[in-house]
Each structure stands twice: as C-alpha cells, then as structure tokens.
Design a protein around this ligand. Structure first.
Ligand code: SAM
Length: 291
C-alpha cells in the first residue's frame, strides 16, 4: 500500500472516520525519502530491533520494517489502531502497542519484545512532548541511539555549544548522555497537515559513559538547572538563589574564582566539564543538601 500518496492517505483516514488531533501532535509524513533518510541515518542493520514512538498511519513504520528485524511502535491514539491494522498488514515484523510512551515500563518492554537487546529508537515525535519523551528515553539508558524528527528549535537547542544563544540546561543534559548530531531540516510541505513550526532530524548516539564524571550527578544537574534558571543573571546570582540556605554569596564568588571564572560570568558560558568541576566544588562544601 502506498502510504505516501496524499489521495491514499485521505482515503484511508476517511474510511476509518479518523480526525487529526492537534493536541496529540499529529502531523504525518507524506515524503518517503524523509523516512528513508531517517532509517539510513539510524544505521539499522537487518538484525536490529527498533522502537518507534507514534506511528501515525504507519508511513515511517513501513520503511523501518524494510530495514529492521523487528519494529515495535507505541501509539497513544486508539483510533489509529484499525488504520495501522490495514496499512501495515503486509509486515510480519511490526507490533503496535497502544499506550502513552511516557507510561511504558521500558525495561519490561525491551525484555518482552526484544529479548533484552538494546534497540534503536526512530521516530517523528509529537512536538508537544518532545523534551519529556527524549528525557525519558535518554535517562532509561536502554537505547543505543535515537534518531528522530523534532521541532527545529529544539534540535538547535540540543546540539548547541557553550556560549551560544541556544545553549541551555537541555543541551547540557543531552550532551552529558549522548553525542547529538543535527542531520537535516524537513520542509513543512512534507507533512499532512502541515505543522506551524520548522522541523529537523537529529541523531543522538548514546554514550557508553556520560561525557563527564561528577562526584554527584544530582548536584551536577542541580547546578546546571540553577545556572540556566535566570538566563540574564550572572552565574553568582543564579547559584546564590539556588543555594542561599547553604552558601554565602562571597563563598560562591570564591568558588568561581578558584575555578578561574570571573565574577561576571554567566551560566551559558560554561562547558559540561566546567559544570562538572563547579558542581564538585559545591558538593564538597554542601554535602548534606537534600535533592
Ligand atoms: N510517525 C508518523 C509519521 O511520521 O507520519 C506520525 C508522527 S506524528 C508527528 C506523532 C504521533 O505520535 C501521532 O501518531 C500521535 O498520535 C502519537 N503520539 C502523541 N503522543 C504520544 C504519546 N505520548 N505516546 C505515544 N504516541 C504518541
């Protein structure tokens, strides 16, 4: 079945009485070459298992099924199940699970569906919950790579380097656990209905060990979060807001100076290594803190 012909798509959706849900981020791909590029960049081998999030009517799913040994797709919208039954009927290696990905127990899913083998994630993610889904997948540590279409603005943030406008707490989080690559942008004309925002495909190769080794990971992320909480503030003031019960402002200035930072430095100027060093010093001074 040609899932990339607009007339076919409209016909299938009409026959099943399907209505697009904006709140579920339903913008379906109509361009086969984009799906092929996602599969190619995922470097899927015939023995690979793939987890897809949000199959929609199964356009990307059908292409992934041609490359992988097995594809498991988690779709929240029950009304798409009869559609997927029809559109993916010819693929014996695809399983659809009707669930919210954020409610899936990933450990059991991987154990039951992939015999415990680390799958690759491929998706055209719903834009309204891109960051919660990526955080959930990355933190689980259960995937070797994540190749996905997301809002271009979020892709820019994930890949941003220290000192740039787009660099923020989520850049640090993503780059701590993965090696992100911005792959390509995708025109609005490649979707039905067309999204309001720009889209891009990124690949996150999950690192074997995180990019830094802080003494306390909780402190590391507390420091990162605090440093970006008020972007226009100098780092000393942002840190003071977060640690005022534990540290005097003078001590924070001393800590920054001991690490070679000017008192006027802002959070966005710090690299992951800088955050690691900073959080280690703060940790050594405030060990009794509750996270
Ligand atoms: N993969 C399809 C494609 O490329 O044409 C559809 C992508 S569409 C941008 C996002 C899909 O994710 C929709 O099918 C939507 O129903 C589904 N979805 C939204 N929220 C979800 C969630 N929390 N868990 C699983 N699927 C979700």
């Amino acid at each position: 079945m040609d899932l990339f012909s607009i007339n076919n798509i409209k016909d299938i959706l009409f026959r099943h009485g399907f209505h697009f849900s904006k709140s579920l981020g339903q913008n379906f791909l109509t361009e086969r070459s984009v799906c092929e590029q996602i599969a190619e960049y995922s470097e899927i081998c015939p023995d690979d298992c793939v987890l897809e999030i949000g199959p929609g009517i199964g356009s990307l799913t059908s292409v992934l099924a041609e490359y992988a040994k097995k594809v498991v797709s988690v779709e929240i919208d029950r009304s798409l199940l009869p559609v997927l039954n029809e559109t993916l009927a010819e693929f014996g290696n695809v399983k659809i699970i009707n669930n919210d990905i954020l409610k899936c127990d990933l450990a059991s899913l991987i154990e039951n569906e992939f015999d415990g083998n680390k799958p690759k994630v491929c998706a055209n993610l719903p834009y309204y919950i891109t960051t919660p889904i990526l955080s959930y997948l990355i933190e689980s540590g259960r995937f070797s790579s994540i190749t996905t279409m997301i809002q271009k603005e979020v892709a820019d943030r994930i890949c941003a380097k220290a000192g740039t406008r787009d660099y923020g707490a989520f850049s640090v989080f993503a780059q701590y656990y993965t090696q992100p690559e911005f792959l390509f942008t995708v025109d609005k004309e490649c979707f039905i209905p067309q999204p309001k925002v720009q889209s891009a495909v990124i690949r996150l190769k999950v690192l074997q060990t995180p990019a830094a080794s802080p003494k306390s990971q909780e402190m590391f992320f507390k420091v990162v979060k605090a440093s970006f909480a008020q972007r226009r503030k100098q780092l000393v003031n942002s840190l003071y807001s977060a640690f005022k019960s534990e540290l005097e402002k003078e001590s924070i200035i001393e800590i920054l100076s001991s690490l070679g930072h000017k008192p006027t430095i802002r959070g966005e100027e710090l690299t992951i290594e800088d955050f690691c060093a900073l959080s280690d010093v703060i940790y050594s001074k405030v060990q009794n803190i509750k996270f």
